[in-house]
Design a protein around this ligand. Structure first.
Ligand SMILES: [Zn+2]
Length: 490
């Protein structure tokens, strides 16, 4: 008898462990407001979703605004790929150590872009924001125990950037990542770092899954409004309310073949046959697919509740720059280095180049040295009080370009920035390339200048005369300053 009890206990225990193992990755729980919006037939969300459902989904992918649905049956506007900016908040220790690497985040975003490509949606990291705080770093961002930790501690007020997806990358969350819904009181996503570094192995789908929640998708096995039947007869009122996702028993699966192996049945006695590769299931090593019904929800929220992320300029406007301030009045040259007090700022191969850089900094009154992609920056520039240096300096070595013409091109694993004529800058990854493009557009740089070409020891950026003035070029009488003439229409 004892043996039988032990056996039953062992079976129950192994079943429990198996389910636990699969349920450990996502801690997203649908709140009541979300369930109302998704399940009430006449909720504001469902009225919009019904509009979207009238049209072919490939047409919906191509519209720019929701209002285009009712004004036109043929979607000619062709919005192309919808680009959605992410603000990546990386928690670090107070001493600026720890936390996830940018590369790991970029890899996870690349993976997510493969999953969302059929939906015409592409994500990019607009800003990496380091939050250096020991107590945040050591906190467990467990959704069930501390769902409001970020809000209660005003972390989102201090750091979240509007019109982007704010994702907090945390070292500690009791093994779960979780998201808010479009109708939740919270706005952000919390990603456990191990789910991000695990991309390529077992957690290939966690980030894309959480972003799916952020767009309003429930789990395929959701039971908050009842368990979905395999025959689909209650698919609008139970489960995930999406009829083309099969009922999901959330049982065991084979990771190498991505097939469902569980044999349990629903209350009608029908065996579950879920899509193991569905993005909103818990088979995290197999996820890569959305159904049409799920996409209709994503497109509806993207064109309504979440449409602020489609404001293309928002990322450039809110760009957070990585700059070190210095006092141009106290800099000096020591051992071919420019130093500010005891702090070494820049080093040069010889005194001549150090002196040129020193003169240039003094000439423009520059007081900030800025970087993209520290500690090994792929792009540097100098500013004066947060603004680009303007005008020129005698003997300067600069190349001009049109900031509006710049674009990025993938070359192998690197990214080239070009204006279509010259190869301007190379970047080790897309995130740094895009951050640099945003910096250039923000400051309106029109010249790249060098100290010591061809092997430049310093690169700096500047812009030309104020663009809305035409200043005649004075050749014969350089000391005569003419009044700028305003061009017609400006
Ligand atoms: Zn989930």
């Amino acid at each position: 008898m004892k043996k039988v009890i032990f056996l039953v206990a062992a079976i129950m225990c192994s079943a429990f462990i198996r389910i636990q193992a699969q349920s450990s990755a996502c801690g997203t729980i649908a709140d009541e407001k979300t369930l109302q919006q998704i399940f009430a037939p006449s909720s504001s969300f469902n009225l919009k979703l019904n509009q979207v459902k009238k049209y072919n989904i490939s047409g919906v992918r191509n519209i720019k605004k929701f209002t285009e649905l009712s004004t036109s049956d043929n979607f000619n506007s062709n919005a192309g790929v919808r680009r959605v900016p992410i603000t990546a908040h990386i928690l670090r220790r107070s001493n600026n150590t720890g936390g996830i690497s940018k590369n790991a985040i970029q890899n996870a975003v690349n993976q997510m872009n493969i999953q969302y490509a059929p939906l015409n949606i592409e994500f990019y990291v607009c800003t990496y924001n380091y939050i250096k705080n020991d107590s945040y770093y050591n906190n467990s961002f467990d959704s069930s125990r501390h769902p409001d930790y970020i809000s209660r501690n005003n972390i989102d007020d201090a750091h979240s950037i509007d019109k982007t997806i704010n994702i907090y990358f945390v070292p500690n969350s009791r093994g779960v990542s979780w998201s808010s819904f479009p109708w939740s009181d919270r706005e952000h996503i919390v990603m456990w770092n191990n789910h991000v570094t695990g991309v390529g192995t077992t957690n290939v789908g966690v980030l894309g899954h959480e972003v799916g929640h952020w767009f309003g998708l429930l789990h395929t096995f959701e039971t908050a409004r009842g368990r979905e039947l395999v025959n689909g007869s209650n698919c609008t009122t139970a489960g995930d309310a999406v009829c083309d996702t099969p009922a999901d028993g959330r049982g065991s699966h084979n990771s190498s073949t991505c097939t469902y192996t569980d044999t349990r049945r629903d209350s009608n006695g029908d065996r579950y046959r879920p899509d193991v590769d569905n993005m909103m299931s818990y088979y995290f090593d197999c996820l890569d697919d959305f159904t049409n019904g799920q996409e209709q929800i994503v497109q509806t929220t993207l064109l309504n509740e979440r449409n602020d992320v489609l404001d293309a300029d928002a990322c450039e406007k809110t760009l957070k720059e990585d700059c070190v301030s210095f006092n141009p009045n106290t800099i000096s040259i020591k051992n071919n280095r420019i130093v500010d007090g005891s702090h070494s700022m820049m080093s040069f191969p010889n005194y001549e180049e150090a002196k040129k850089a020193y003169n240039m900094i003094k000439h423009y009154g520059l007081n900030q040295y800025c970087f993209v992609g520290r500690p090994d920056p792929s792009f540097t520039y100098l500013l004066k009080n947060g603004k680009s240096p303007v005008n020129t300096m005698e003997g300067e070595d600069c190349l001009g370009f049109m900031p509006s013409k710049l674009y990025l091109k993938k070359e192998g694993s690197q990214y080239l920035m070009t204006d279509g004529r010259s190869r301007m800058f190379m970047f080790p990854n897309k995130a740094e390339a895009e951050a640099t493009l945003a910096v250039i557009k923000k400051h309106g740089f029109t010249k790249t200048c060098y100290i010591g070409r061809p092997q430049a020891s310093l690169q700096y950026m500047r812009k030309d005369f104020q663009l809305n003035y035409y200043i005649p070029k004075v050749i014969d009488a350089p000391k005569v300053i003419k009044t700028p003439i305003k061009l017609p229409g400006q």
